[in-house]
Write a new protein. Sequence first.
Length: 503
Amino acid sequence: LCAAIMTGIFMGLEAAGIDWGGGDYSALYLGASCGISSTMIVVKLLVEHAEMDTAPGRLTVGILIFQDIWAIVVLAIQPDLANPEIVGLIKTFALILVLITVALLYAKFIMPAVFVFASRSIELMLIISLAWCFFLCCFATLPFIGLSMELAALISGVALATFPYSAEFNGKIKYIRDFFVTLFFVGLGMQIPVPEVGAVSKGLLVAIVVLIVRWIGIFGVVFGIGGGKRLAALSTINLSQVSEFALVICSLGMSFGHIDQDTLTVIIWTFACLAILSSYMIGYNYYIYGVLVRVAHRLAGRSASAKGDTAQEHEEGGDHIDRNIVLLGFHKIAAMLVAHFEHHEPHLLAKLHVIDFHEHIMPELRKRGVTCAYGDISSPDVLEHAHHGEVRLVISSIPDSMLRGVDNMRLLKISKQVWPSADVIVTADNPRQANELYDAGADYVLRTAKICAERLHLLISDHSTHAVHHHHVGSDMHLNNVFAAFKEKEKDRHIQTFEVTSP
């Protein structure tokens, strides 16, 4: 919808005398390119601001996926745009379908066995995942297929996203990705010619059109299908930029002779302006929404609260259950905690999110309503990608004697780094270690020996009190009666848990 509206606007402006560059398809390329938002910029900023798991974040990512599919369609029909043939288009889409089928079948029947075999070595999994992507790109560029490498890379990424290791992959390739993103922007900068008033002004005009049309094409559609003003507005603010695919599409258009350098220059200026603007808009999206609500209320003659439309948050998409309790590692204590919640407070299971590298426990956790992510808990980058919502409590319940390659002190520091506003509970083996963890900023330190001693102290004290009482009244008090009373309180025999292995 955005692409269609903008194509019509740019064609109208071209008819009014504004020159978008040489070629017969300059207005069409501007409209089609500007209809796609930047997955690279938006996802990176949503992750940095911990909004991936919110309702606006999920909707934003969903729209980006749909736009990426639209980009696949554009890349497919682009070579035959000057002379479209039904047979050629059908052949192209058939080859895309073949590529998708190969990717999904490979991901369903072959890659799971490979990843399960390699899951003990995170580095090996990273190499295999990258090799898989390059394999699919090479397969797509074979002469009898002839699809673009960009299209194949997108499809391979979608296939990898179906695995439970996706958070681990994202965390590990972060630096490789950022390196090539840096090169991408370096290359983009080198393509920007010496600023001219005409090119810059046209780029700003296109950017203004993009910002206006986004509210029609995204806000109007989301609000129209019942998404609510808050959800629709935040998603629109998040998607108010132009995709890096716009540069790819226009560069290919130049190679096909559809447009010239002037059109690409306009797109580059538009992309640069909106990319810079988006870095601030996404960071202050809730504030911008509040300002817009107050302005709308004033224009409508209604009073606006100081904080905007926050009173309606729960009515308009704010009812998402945040997974704000994160368990780093899953072993005996965590398993018993989940079992206790399941038996006594089942609603708390909706608050739990487990991060661990033992894949075999995850199906059982999901059956109990607990979300989980495969990942290395000692890596801050992995933790950033393994949970994107607001975290209020982080629990490390595994003692150092059972951890490998990391200890509770490092987990405490990593947790404070990744989730600075969260409370952190860690585990100590002895009083000295507990004091060190408290000095390092732990909010609470678990000591299994201390908790067991406290329980034994309570049990013995209770027995002694009753023994003295029964001695005074002339009767006997057996310790078995105290045991029975404590068993009834705990009711552990009614709690079903599941087996876990050593971390």
